[in-house]
Design a protein around this ligand. Structure first.
Ligand code: URA
Length: 209
């Protein structure tokens, strides 16, 4: 993983602006989340990625590893992307907010949803990522990512799977993979996972994949 981090920008052929933002976000003090987080978790992926995936905020494992979507939600995402015929290595993966937000419960660090002030403070980084990558398709994973990009409150059930033209990119809203992990029964999990894959297939179709 350390090797991946060191060579990440060079391999991905990032622009100077994106490389600079990845360095600067490590020192970001635009909101208070940096104080308890291990590190900022910037996006990853090739500069010419046709697909951008935007989540909410790094989780516990992402905070420790310094990479987005490497924990349980990342595993769900990886499986669903593969099922939809999408290659994660060809996607740029990031989050609306770059520092882990949590409360402590004993030894556990429990994820907390970022508030609107934190999302707004962090938007500067997401805007740079979007401007530098300029993906053809942008998948918004959950209400936080959808709200951060569409700049309005989004109800997932009403918005999901419908292409939304957004300048140079087409946005698609779907659920956050953590939602699938939280579902209590196996039947609901299967049904909602299939719907998630179907949404990602729409992204693949828009890309002509
Ligand atoms: N959830 C997110 O939104 N992003 C991650 O990177 C991990 C979990």
């Amino acid at each position: 993983m350390a090797e991946r981090a060191r060579t990440r920008e060079a391999v991905a052929g990032w622009s100077a602006a994106l490389t600079e933002a990845a360095a600067q976000v490590a020192e970001c003090r635009r909101c208070g989340l940096w104080q308890d987080a291990t590190q900022a978790v910037f996006g990853e992926g090739p500069a010419d990625a046709p697909l951008m995936l935007i989540g909410e905020v790094p989780g516990d494992q992402e905070d420790q590893a310094g990479h987005p979507f490497v924990g349980p939600a990342g595993q769900v995402l990886d499986h669903a992307l593969a099922a939809a015929g999408l290659d994660r290595a060809r996607a740029y993966v990031t989050n609306a907010v770059k520092h882990f937000k949590f409360t402590r419960q004993g030894k556990r660090r429990l994820h907390q949803r970022p508030d609107s002030g934190e999302i707004t403070a962090c938007r500067v980084w997401l805007d740079i990522e979007r401007a530098e990558i300029r993906p053809r398709v942008t998948v918004l994973l959950g209400a936080t990512a959808a709200g951060a990009v569409l700049r309005r409150a989004v109800t997932i059930s009403r918005t999901r799977g419908r292409p939304i033209p957004l300048g140079d990119t087409t946005a698609l809203v779907t659920v956050h993979p953590s939602y699938l992990l939280r579902l209590p029964d196996a039947a609901a999990k299967r049904r909602e996972y299939a719907a998630f894959v179907a949404d990602l297939r729409r992204a693949a179709a828009l890309l002509g994949a």
